[in-house]
Write a protein that binds this ligand. Structure first.
Ligand code: SF4
Length: 225
């Protein structure tokens, strides 16, 4: 329900598409404001910037990584360091411009020394990620590496077994992929079956499904509105 300013409330399903869009935008801005001011875990003490996320919220494709690194902490933008540059190349290899998708992380502040986020930090930050997913309503989510895969799919299986497979999560098609920083450690390895080759196969599958879902969204079956 939304307060209508006259002391009563308006059911959200009674709102016009424009009003729904305004309500969605207001919730998004409030979520971002709370994240920027957040001090709910210890990472607030060492961060330079909160890295909320960036990209096109209407495209239906969302990528979720682990946490900001040094460059991301400095700039306040996700995936802008070496791993981010590789991610941009991976997306471009199948014709996806990174500005056309939404990119976020499980935790919004950099863990010192780029360590893996602690479970309590992931739990504290979860409300921001869940709100982002709720408001973006993606058709597809790509989970980059083990941290978002474990957090979203609640699995203990390794990324090597999970990558390249589609999972249904709350009606959203979800695919785990290797994290680009893992691929950087295998810089020279492009042989068939190697991590880079597998990631190239995975992103092609993502592109195929994204093309299909975009047709549906453009054909009036949008789940955004
Ligand atoms: S990591 Fe998330 S929960 Fe922790 S301070 Fe940053 S925004 Fe808040």
């Amino acid at each position: 329900m939304i307060h209508n300013g006259t002391g009563g409330t308006t059911e959200i399903f009674c709102l016009s598409p424009d009003e729904r869009e305004q309500a969605r935008e207001a919730l998004w801005n409030e979520c971002k404001k709370q994240a920027v001011e957040c001090g709910m875990c210890a990472l607030a003490e060492t961060r330079t910037n909160v890295v909320f996320g960036e990209g096109d919220r209407r495209s239906g494709l969302m990528l979720i990584g682990e946490a900001p690194g040094e460059m991301e902490d400095t700039t306040g933008r996700p995936f802008v360091g070496k791993a981010g540059q590789l991610l941009t190349q991976i997306l471009a290899s199948v014709g996806i411009d990174r500005g056309d998708v939404y990119i976020a992380n499980v935790v919004k502040c950099r863990p010192p020394g780029n360590r893996t986020p602690l479970p309590e930090e992931e739990a504290a930050c979860d409300k921001f990620l869940q709100t982002q997913i709720l408001l973006i309503k993606p058709s597809i989510i790509v989970l980059l590496g083990m941290t978002p895969t474990k957090w979203i799919l609640k699995t203990t299986e390794g990324i090597t077994k999970l990558r390249g497979r589609w999972f249904d999560w709350r009606g959203i098609s979800v695919m785990p992929m290797f994290h680009p920083s893992y691929l950087l450690r295998y810089a020279g390895d492009k042989k068939p079956g190697g991590p880079k080759h597998l990631s190239w196969l995975d992103i092609q599958e993502v592109k195929k499904k994204w093309d299909l879902t975009r047709e549906q969204r453009l054909g009036g079956e949008s789940d955004y509105d």
